[in-house]
Design a protein around this ligand. Structure first.
Ligand code: ACO
Length: 361
């Protein structure tokens, strides 16, 4: 048995399908390309939630309700922010989310959607010695997240961030979604299930990769020779961050969706030169990987261009996984509700391979 549960089907879902051979991602009947940059994040939240909550309002009403939830979450967490800030930014966000009520209603879900978008900028500001900025319930979700981060509206950056949140909103039974479904299957509330997803997302083999992508780009720039740097990493048994995927054997379609957004931002000269450099590193990495691991098709994954996009809209690298969580939380909640609806506890078996006790006569 493979320890990584490769090829095991553990759930039926109407939410999303990852076609690893063809390089396609389908979300509730729509290809990723139909959604990213075309639907707002709140609309995609509604798409994912449809059928899983009785009282789901229209797109416009849901966007307003998410705005109200941002304000509610800010009011709840504000008194404890200073106590959370000394932790790393991901752990402090997770701790802030842990105090949210553990229910299964739409209001509980919307608080969980709002929480990473509120906590991340507030904690980043506190870490810089600045006062957190309160949410504006009338603003769009991505735009408000950036306004809470910088203190001023950045309309040119809101749409790219919104496209990012949509691009990562759901992705089959990845490690964090599986963890979320396992906890949801016990009929624990949504907060408990989402905390499980947050734990799984943190690791560098999953959602923790984009920060290290920036570190890699910086190290390669300093070294002046991408191919030599990458070869040396492989020779030392290291993995190249932002490359490889358990399901995709071709290019991750989200990488191209995000690269398009970064290219649009590239008219800002700093982003344009960073993109050109990253593209050169990507080519070098694909060549080095194809030679070093010829038996495995290792292609660019979502995290490579995530790093560039989130850097371009103003997030520091230590907060990249928080922003990933701000998008993925919609998918986690929908999967949790879908799993709860089955009424079936997820409880696989292990095979005991340890020592056996001596039989006492
Ligand atoms: N760099 C170097 N070698 C790699 C990489 C990589 N990025 N990815 C896979 N390999 C190699 C492995 O070392 C292994 O080689 P070996 O057979 O000689 O031992 C072979 O490819 C197969 O590796 P597995 O671990 O079986 O592949 P798996 O499908 O489990 O890997 C994973 C998927 C974990 C994402 C891997 O590609 C990886 O570690 N990538 C780097 C981290 C990263 O980018 N994570 C983000 C993933 S996207 C997401 O979760 C949102």
């Amino acid at each position: 048995m493979a320890n990584g549960l490769d090829d095991v089907v553990a759930a039926d879902t109407v939410l999303s399908d990852v076609d690893g051979a063809g390089g396609h991602l389908t979300i509730r009947g729509h290809s990723l390309m139909e959604l990213a940059g075309r639907r707002r994040y709140a609309q995609v939240v509604r798409l994912l939630f449809d059928g899983f909550f009785d009282d789901l309002p229209s797109d416009a009403e849901l966007e307003k309700a998410i705005g109200k939830a941002r304000v509610e979450v800010f009011d709840r967490v504000q008194p404890m922010l200073a106590h959370l800030a000394p932790l790393d930014i991901y752990s402090s966000m997770r701790a802030g989310m842990a105090i949210l009520p553990d229910g299964d209603r739409l209001a509980d879900a919307l608080r969980l959607i709002a929480a990473p978008a509120v906590l991340t900028p507030a904690l980043l500001r506190l870490g810089r010695g600045e006062t957190p900025v309160a949410p504006d319930e009338k603003a769009d979700h991505a735009g408000d997240m950036l306004r809470m981060l910088s203190g001023a509206a950045s309309p040119a950056l809101a749409k790219p961030l919104d496209s990012y949140l949509v691009t990562v909103c759901d992705h089959g039974l990845n490690a964090s979604t599986f963890a979320t479904r396992v906890v949801a299957s016990t009929q624990a509330g949504l907060t408990s299930a989402i905390l499980a997803g947050l734990g799984a997302l943190k690791g560098p083999l999953h959602g923790g990769a984009p920060g290290p992508v920036i570190e890699m780009l910086d190290a390669i720039e300093a070294s002046g020779d991408a191919t030599a740097w990458l070869r040396n990493e492989i020779a030392n048994g290291q993995r190249i961050m932002g490359f490889g995927h358990r399901i995709y054997r071709v290019r991750d379609p989200r990488a191209d969706a995000l690269k398009t957004v970064v290219r649009q931002l590239g008219s800002r000269s700093e982003t344009g030169s960073r993109l050109a450099f990253a593209e050169a590193v990507e080519q070098a990495a694909l060549e080095v990987l194809s030679i070093a691991k010829p038996q495995r098709s290792i292609q660019t994954n979502v995290e490579f261009y995530t790093a560039l996009l989130l850097e371009a809209v103003g997030f520091p690298k230590e907060a990249f996984s928080n922003v990933f969580a701000a998008g993925r939380v919609a998918g986690w909640i929908a999967h949790a509700r879908e799993q709860q609806a089955t009424g079936r506890l997820i409880r696989p078996q292990s095979r005991y391979v340890g020592p056996v006790p001596d039989l006492v006569a």
